[in-house]
Design a protein around this ligand. Structure first.
Ligand code: SF4
Ligand code: SF4
Length: 213
């Protein structure tokens, strides 16, 4: 989700890169699952859907029945984690308050309590949200270790590309009729989220879909 915010109010005021150390270590979240509840903005990108569907051997349509839902952000169709039940919790949370899909969890779950701040050129830095994680006495850890994402440089380049693509699309949407917006959204949903991914290099498949669009 794109938000305008004053970084000095929500963070320690610093910008970080993947090789930097930041106070993220939270003792493996022992006894806490706060950030798996009431999170309305865990928006999934194509890499997340690739990880979930290839890792859990299912289709995006199967996930839509229980774990994820569709929404609209500034005119653009989005997929996000569904927060459900009396606890308003993510469906991937088990009874012990642990993530059942830790190895294939979405990028935003990996990131928390970091956020991303984008510059004019569409590249980003990380920032540390200081009022989000409940754990006190957090330890310093290297950001790339915290994210635990293979081929991190490729991943970051892809995140920038996807961000630019969605931002441009949202801008262009303002000139389209409702009917045209609907048609474009269906195309994006189909091409980047519903069309099954092979359990092979994600980035090649993503680029191929970009070309198709
Ligand atoms: S996918 Fe896992 S880490 Fe992310 S909100 Fe759900 S339970 Fe929490
Ligand atoms: S609030 Fe902090 S300790 Fe609690 S689950 Fe989230 S990251 Fe872990």
């Amino acid at each position: 989700m794109r938000r305008q915010m004053d970084l000095s109010e929500v963070s320690d005021g610093k910008k970080y890169h993947r090789g930097d150390m930041a106070k993220l270590g939270c003792g493996d979240c022992e006894g806490c699952s706060a950030c798996c509840h009431d999170m309305e903005s865990v928006i999934l990108d194509p890499w997340d859907v690739y990880m979930l569907t290839t890792g859990l051997a299912c289709m995006a349509g199967d996930l839509l029945e229980k774990y994820i839902e569709l929404g609209i952000e500034d005119g653009l169709i989005v997929l996000k984690l569904k927060m459900d039940g009396p606890d308003h919790a993510c469906g991937f949370l088990n009874e012990a308050g642990r993530c059942r899909i830790h190895a294939v969890r979405p990028g935003i779950c990996r990131l928390f309590p970091l956020g991303r701040v984008y510059d004019e050129a569409g590249t980003f830095s990380y920032f540390l949200q200081t009022h989000e994680c409940m754990k006190e006495k957090r330890t310093k850890i290297k950001i790339e270790k915290w994210l635990d994402i293979p081929q991190i440089a490729k991943y970051e380049a892809y995140i920038c590309r996807w961000h630019r693509f969605t931002a441009e699309f949202q801008e262009r949407f303002q000139e389209l009729t409702e009917e045209e917006q609907k048609r474009e959204n269906i195309k994006i949903l189909q091409l980047f989220f519903l069309m099954p991914y092979e359990k092979a290099d994600f980035y090649k498949q993503f680029e191929e879909r970009m070309r198709m669009l």
